[in-house]
Write a protein that binds this ligand. Structure first.
Ligand code: FAD
Length: 405
């Protein structure tokens, strides 16, 4: 069967791409090896960028009604247990949507998939196994359906939206297991964690430095709790991530909040390919999106927003290529330029912040200043909410500025 575009993977990158494809009049098929609803190990937080893309797609009001929690604040905590909040409602940026969400991926991804399925062909339970090449040009995929039959689909453009383990990236020689630019994290749903209201919390705690611990309300009295660090740091650890999580939840600072808490599952882990490295994401007849392209924010661990942004740009380029008939690597390079033109600066800043987060001294210094001084809070909030240029964040000038405020 022949299409304009084959989308491999129906997570946020693939489903968003399908929704933009429909707007551009492109004929697509969306393939996923899973059958929805399916779980995806994640913190489930949808902030700024994801919300903006959902608004652009006209689905934000429906998403807001899904089971989960609405978020109005982001709390940052330091190794010496000081904390400060960024209030999304206080943003002066009129274009900023002043809320975020935590929606379990089982629910959110199923919603996005169903939405995409209304406007595009799709196959669930279809696992892509091979890439079909015509000389050095990708022209299709071959895979196995739920019933075990081998099937082929053909298109001049294939989108690899198939996550961290991307078969598309592997088969085309772009998959790299890069310890320094990949993090690993565990998630566990809990019930009964205290003091979770409308805030997501990221704590840079001493029990996992460098690394972070998150507490997110997930709706209906549930919480999404997790801990993550870089793979190269994990390699040096003698503890497992589950042990680290237990240490943090039983620490003097957090144990009261977990005194009545019950784990709803065994903590489960997965990898996060982070955008501290600009990986190659295109070639003759194909593009890589979302986690397959390694677009996760290295400081916050958020990847859904950038996955959705990559879906949008991929379809802009797909529409152009359909007109020109040019699907060569050089024509598709514009995807990389558009995508990294939007997210590159931010990922650079987050990489700087990730380096800062390796130093307990600097984390304590910045978060303690912000906890005590409103002006410092405004500067950091403004930078993180894109109201003040972020370039200085995490650089020497930034530390000097907040020292003298
Ligand atoms: C522990 C953890 C916590 C995180 N917390 C957050 C957070 O709070 N907020 C946030 O924004 N991001 C978070 N992230 C990152 C986020 O989960 C990813 O960035 C996001 O899921 C990327 O979306 P994607 O569509 O690129 O890939 P995925 O969501 O991984 O989707 C890939 C899809 O491809 C399908 N697939 C794979 N192989 C094949 C194949 N061979 N054939 C067909 N289909 C295939 C899979 O079934 C899947 O549905 C977290 C990640 C982890 C690991």
């Amino acid at each position: 069967m022949s299409y304009d575009v084959i989308i491999v993977g129906a997570g946020p990158a693939g489903a968003t791409a399908a929704l933009f494809a429909n707007r551009m009049g492109l004929n697509c098929i969306l393939l996923d090896k899973a059958v929805f609803p399916r779980d995806k190990i994640c913190g489930d937080a949808l902030s700024g960028k994801s919300v903006r893309i959902m608004n652009e797609l006209g689905i934000l009001d429906e998403v807001a009604k899904l089971e989960g929690a609405e978020i109005n604040r982001i709390t940052f905590g330091s190794p010496n247990n000081k904390q400060f909040d960024i209030n999304l409602l206080g943003s002066k940026n009129k274009d900023q949507i002043k809320k975020g969400f935590v929606i379990p991926r089982q629910i959110f991804d199923n919603y996005l998939f169903e939405k995409a399925n209304e406007v595009t062909d799709s196959r669930q339970g279809f696992s892509v196994k091979e890439i079909i090449l015509d000389e050095d040009q990708v022209v299709g995929v071959r895979g196995k359906s739920k019933t075990g039959e081998l099937e082929e689909f053909h298109a001049p453009l294939i989108l690899g939206c198939d996550g961290y383990n991307s078969i598309v990236a592997r088969k085309l020689g772009l998959y790299e297991m890069d310890m320094d630019n990949t993090s690993v994290a565990v998630r566990c749903y809990y019930e009964g964690v205290k003091d979770l209201t409308d805030q997501i919390e990221l704590h840079y705690v001493k029990e996992v430095n460098p690394g972070y611990f998150w507490l997110f309300p997930a709706g209906n009295g549930k919480a999404n709790i997790g801990v993550g660090l870089s793979k190269s740091d994990m390699k040096k650890e003698r503890r497992t991530l589950r042990q680290i999580m237990d240490e943090i939840t039983q620490s003097d600072y957090f144990k009261e909040r977990f005194s009545d808490a019950v784990q709803l599952e065994k903590p489960v882990g997965w990898n996060l390919p982070v955008g501290s490295k600009h990986r190659k994401n295109h070639g003759n007849g194909f593009l890589l999106l979302g986690d397959a392209a390694g677009l996760i924010d290295p400081f916050t661990g958020e990847g859904i927003g950038n996955a959705m942004v990559s879906g949008k740009y991929a379809m802009e380029i797909a529409a152009k290529s359909k007109v020109s008939g040019d699907y060569s690597e050089s024509a598709l390079a514009e995807y990389d330029a558009l995508l990294w033109g939007e997210i590159g600066k931010e990922l650079k800043t987050s990489t700087k912040l990730q380096s800062m987060a390796r130093s307990q001294f600097l984390l304590n210094f910045v978060i303690n200043r912000a906890a005590r001084n409103e002006e410092v809070q405004h500067i950091i909030s403004g930078m993180l909410l894109n109201e003040i240029p972020k370039d200085e964040l995490g650089g020497p000038l930034f530390y000097l500025k907040i020292l003298f405020l």
